[in-house]
Design a protein around this ligand. Structure first.
Ligand SMILES: [Zn+2]
Length: 386
């Protein structure tokens, strides 16, 4: 199962000179402006600047995350320096992740395919409907029986055996009761059907396919950029090491991903947004004086983000603290507040939401979008969106 690079040449990292990089990124910006169906493909290289180690960097890599995981196994070298090791759930999406969010929001980037399981694209705010996570998402689990997806603000994988994926949790979809499994795809396992179909469909549609930080060694994922090139369309690869598709490239760039994306966005006249943690709070009045509080991701997927919820109904009423879903509260004072407690991966403190029972429509969802800035370390907005 060791797929580390074997030769010195494979491990070697190349860098374009600043002048050459400037010229190449200008060329890439022009290609993007002329494209009709621009698709991106990301590998571990986009997340190394977020502190997540990749797989195939050699022991002499320039990256602070150190040698790749397969390389370490092959070389039997110890762990990388701890200061650069980041827990995935605490990792902050990079400038490149955020540039892709902006390109998609502007309608320029039509589809994103990722090999990464770190979930950073989804967390960055990238539209999940325009995203294929080919090898799964460490925060996503699915029902074996009905296929329903569940996002969790914690690592869902519990199984120790490679091909065991049960998480021990149970589906609550209409009393389905099916067992939930993590979505991580290990070697030799099938890729998720929809993500794969969408990935190939968009790769064949693409007139420009930009690969960011993948050595393109793992198939069928690597067959997607290949499909674009085989259709006679433009393939651009940004990666420090050589890849097997280099000879098919319309443009080949040797540089760090963030360096390319920062320069590229400047040339396109677009600002890279700051990473903002977005949470959708859903409140449903299930009868005249009962409410259910939960959260959803952008695509409506249930999202388990609460560690606890406190019900505050004023001085005369006792506080009620619940620590487990479903969060169902009996309301006795129409003017009340819920204090939402989170897992605090970004040190996001509790958020207080003041509500009026009379303003909540019976049987319907009322949604609030609340936003937290990890940079400012505070909640910056709360907006009723439905
Ligand atoms: Zn189910």
């Amino acid at each position: 199962m060791d797929t580390a690079h074997k030769t010195v040449n494979e491990k070697k990292e190349y860098f374009d000179s600043p002048e050459l990089l400037e010229a190449k990124v200008t060329q890439l910006a022009d290609m993007i402006k002329q494209s009709n169906h621009f698709v991106c493909f990301t590998g571990a290289g986009i997340s190394t600047s977020a502190g997540i180690a990749d797989f195939r960097s050699g022991v002499n890599t320039v990256l602070k995350t150190g040698p790749g995981l397969w390389e370490k196994m092959a070389q039997k070298v110890g762990n990388q320096p701890k200061k650069h090791k980041v827990i995935m759930s605490r990792a902050v999406p990079t400038k490149s992740h955020m540039a892709l969010v902006k390109l998609n929001q502007e309608g320029i980037l039509k589809y994103l395919i990722s090999q990464n399981i770190d979930g950073l694209h989804r967390r960055s705010g990238f539209n999940p409907n325009s995203l294929s996570e080919l090898h799964g998402n460490t925060n996503l689990e699915k029902c074996l029986k009905c296929g329903k997806s569940y996002m969790r603000d914690y690592r869902v994988r519990k199984a120790l055996d490679v091909h065991d994926h049960l998480t021990g949790r149970i589906c609550d979809n209409q009393k389905c009761g099916g067992e939930l499994v993590d979505t991580i795809v290990n070697f030799g396992e099938n890729l998720p059907k929809k993500d794969m179909e969408q990935g190939f469909f968009n790769s064949k549609q693409a007139d420009l396919h930009l690969v960011l930080g993948s050595s393109l060694r793992v198939t069928p994922a690597a067959d997607m950029p290949l499909a674009t090139a085989q259709n006679g369309n433009k393939l651009v690869v940004v990666n420090l090491q050589k890849t097997p598709l280099d000879s098919l490239c319309a443009l080949r760039i040797y540089a760090l991903i963030d360096d390319v994306m920062v320069l590229l966005m400047k040339k396109l006249g677009l600002e890279i947004p700051e990473f903002i943690l977005q949470r959708t709070i859903v409140i449903k009045k299930t009868n005249q004086n009962t409410i259910n509080v939960f959260s959803e991701d952008k695509d409506g997927c249930p999202y388990d983000i609460f560690k606890q919820i406190v019900l505050d109904q004023g001085k005369k009423q006792p506080f009620e603290i619940q620590v487990k879903a479903p969060y169902i509260f009996n309301i006795t004072n129409p003017q009340f507040a819920i204090k939402l407690g989170f897992f605090e991966h970004y040190k996001e403190g509790p958020f207080r939401l003041d509500l009026n029972l009379q303003n909540l429509p019976l049987g319907q969802k009322t949604k609030y979008l609340i936003q937290f800035s990890p940079k400012l370390q505070k909640w910056i907005s709360c907006e009723k969106i439905q």
